[in-house]
Ligand binder design. Structure first.
Ligand SMILES: [Mg+2]
Length: 382
């Protein structure tokens, strides 16, 4: 079997799919994207396609190494996302050829269903209580929300009070009937992270995500020493070679590699295994589309340390398309009490609606995150 075609489709809301075709008629799908840099990743996918065209798609381990090591320069958001999508598609092909879901090829299930959580509240956490009430009606009881809006390196008591009041209001409204993580989203610098973690501790969130930016990871162990809240991070780390430093330094309780950013299934399986050796839980990052989610689930279902799966149904970014708009087997993604069952179909378990993808790709927006500024006019982290 040989790879004959690599085709990319950028689609609303901010996603990209890659289809890899073979001379035997089996095709696989992947989702290589960096949100806001889809065109750059698309170019990288086509540059990497030169290495895999005409090759045997079953040799995933070798093709991964060729894509990673073959070009001398490696790593980073763009290249690792391009590899990730291609890697997902290769696993999809392998599963379809052998007639089994990918998790069977990875050793089989370690659990019967996987707990998911949902976003509430959007970029500027506003009407969260009403949002939670609506989602609870759909059986969802675990959430994530932004912790703050813009926050300066050192900010005032009013900003701290606003963040604390919001979280206090949620616990007051729902008690422990729901659980939630709080995403600092890289908006919080080390001095305020220490303050906020202390102030938020009484409300016992499941975790605080990106308490500081990944490039400030040396603060993770120090912040962890200052709080009992489990700290989570990983969406802006791209290979096991990056994760190893974080694991070695300590401080992270939950690791959140993104299956579409960190080298795909091949790499994230290894990251998950490394995390298990450090007693670190796994909660793959996934505010993306259906192939990314399907890839995450393959890892969740074979990783003992997987605790939570992010998924983007109803997320504030999904303007113009929803998670399951591009699949023809949405029933396989049904949530029951917030849990999702193993996807039963061979490969990644997602049947893509190619006609719809092609039609949607004709009006793909160039999604960009907003550029925020502080009151003094300086750039704020979003
Ligand atoms: Mg995040």
């Amino acid at each position: 079997m040989k790879i004959t075609e690599v085709t990319t489709y950028r689609v609303p809301p901010r996603w990209m799919f890659v289809k890899i075709e073979t001379d035997e008629g089996v095709a696989g799908w992947g989702e290589p994207v960096i949100e806001g840099k889809a065109r750059t990743v698309e170019t990288a996918v086509h540059e990497l396609a030169v290495y895999i065209m005409g090759q045997d798609p079953s040799r995933i381990n070798d093709l991964w190494q060729v894509m990673y090591r073959g070009g001398f320069y490696r790593g980073g958001a763009i290249l690792m996302s391009a590899i990730a999508g291609i890697d997902q598609a290769l696993w999809d092909i392998k599963g379809k050829v052998l007639g089994v879901p990918v998790y069977q090829l990875l050793g089989g299930l370690v659990r019967d269903r996987m707990k998911t959580y949902s976003w509430v509240g959007g970029d500027r956490p506003g009407d969260i209580i009403a949002n939670i009430n609506t989602m609870r009606e759909a059986g969802i009881d675990t959430f994530k929300m932004n912790g703050t809006e813009e926050l300066r390196i050192v900010d005032n008591a009013r900003a701290v009070d606003a963040a604390v009041a919001r979280i206090a209001g949620i616990r007051e409204a729902f008690g422990t009937d729901i659980e939630f993580g709080i995403d600092f989203h890289g908006r919080v610098a080390a001095p305020m992270a220490k303050v906020l973690l202390r102030e938020l501790e009484p409300f016992r969130p499941l975790f605080v995500e990106e308490p500081v930016l990944a490039e400030q990871a040396e603060y993770y162990p120090r912040l962890a020493d200052s709080t009992s809240i489990p700290l989570a991070a990983g969406e802006r780390m791209f290979s096991r070679f990056e994760f190893k430093h974080v694991f070695e330094r300590g401080g992270i309780a939950i690791v959140q590699p993104d299956l579409s950013h960190a080298g795909g299934i091949t790499e994230c399986l290894r990251i998950a295994g490394m995390a298990e050796a450090y007693d670190i839980a796994l909660a793959p990052h996934c505010p993306l589309g259906p192939v990314a989610l399907a890839a995450c689930l393959q890892i969740d279902f074979v990783s003992h340390n997987a605790v939570l799966q992010e998924q983007s149904m109803g997320i504030h970014y999904n303007k113009g398309a929803e998670l399951l708009d591009y699949v023809t087997n949405p029933e396989d993604f049904r949530l029951e009490q917030g849990y999702i069952a193993p996807l039963p179909k061979p490969g990644l378990g997602v049947d893509m609606d190619e006609d719809r993808i092609i039609a949607a790709s004709r009006h793909a927006p160039d999604w960009r995150n907003p550029l925020w500024r502080h009151p003094d006019g300086s750039v704020a982290e979003w």
